[in-house]
Write a protein that binds this ligand. Structure first.
Ligand code: COA
Length: 157
């Protein structure tokens, strides 16, 4: 049974993430959506809120389970019984950082495999901070996020 992690801060989860998650879920038997505490990023949504929103947004995918984690990604992957991570790649600017992370994770845990899925063109520009910025400026972000996230953003601002 092939299991893979799709990690991120998901502050909040967007349609761009769901594009990658849906495509990842078609490639493996189980996807664990690993929601990082990412305290350094000082997320807008608490870890519990991010997990709840991701669970609601991922409900259509029967083989996706959402779990929170703190600490190293490679340690959490080991706990989950996998050494495969799937990440979305949006633009050339993502590549350098992702290349560094993939190499570091392979160094920390030999054989750790990072697989990249190219983001669909309509989501190439999307990020969670863009969505937060739109919402903070009272501009609906409904085109970019699932309905539960739209509502949560309205409640926050
Ligand atoms: N669609 C839309 N947005 C996307 C996207 C996609 N397909 N892919 C990435 N993004 C956005 C994210 O929402 C995030 O937006 P933001 O910075 O505006 O909030 C941004 O692109 C960066 O994404 P990512 O590189 O996935 O960062 P992240 O903060 O979401 O997650 C972790 C990074 C959690 C995977 C990484 O920090 C980690 O592994 N942490 C654990 C500690 C660890 O092991 N560190 C490495 C060794 S020191």
């Amino acid at each position: 049974m092939k299991k893979a992690l799709v990690p991120g801060t998901f502050d909040p989860i967007t349609n761009g993430h769901l594009d990658i998650i849906g495509r990842a879920s078609a490639l493996v038997d189980e996807v664990i959506l690993a929601v990082a505490a990412s305290k350094k990023k000082q997320p807008l949504f608490t870890l519990e809120e991010r997990v709840e929103l991701a669970q609601e947004a991922c409900a259509p995918f029967s083989n996706v389970n959402v779990l929170p984690f703190e600490g190293l990604l490679v340690d959490f992957a080991k706990e989950c019984g996998t050494s495969i991570v799937i990440k979305g790649l949006r633009a050339i600017t993502d590549f350098e950082y992702e290349f560094q992370m993939a190499a570091l994770n392979d160094h920390l845990s030999k054989g750790f495999e990072t697989i990249f899925i190219m983001s669909s063109p309509e989501y190439m520009f999307l990020s969670s901070s863009i969505v937060r910025e739109l919402a903070s400026l009272k501009t609906p972000a409904d085109d970019f996020v699932p309905a539960c996230v739209s509502q949560a953003l309205r409640n926050k601002y």
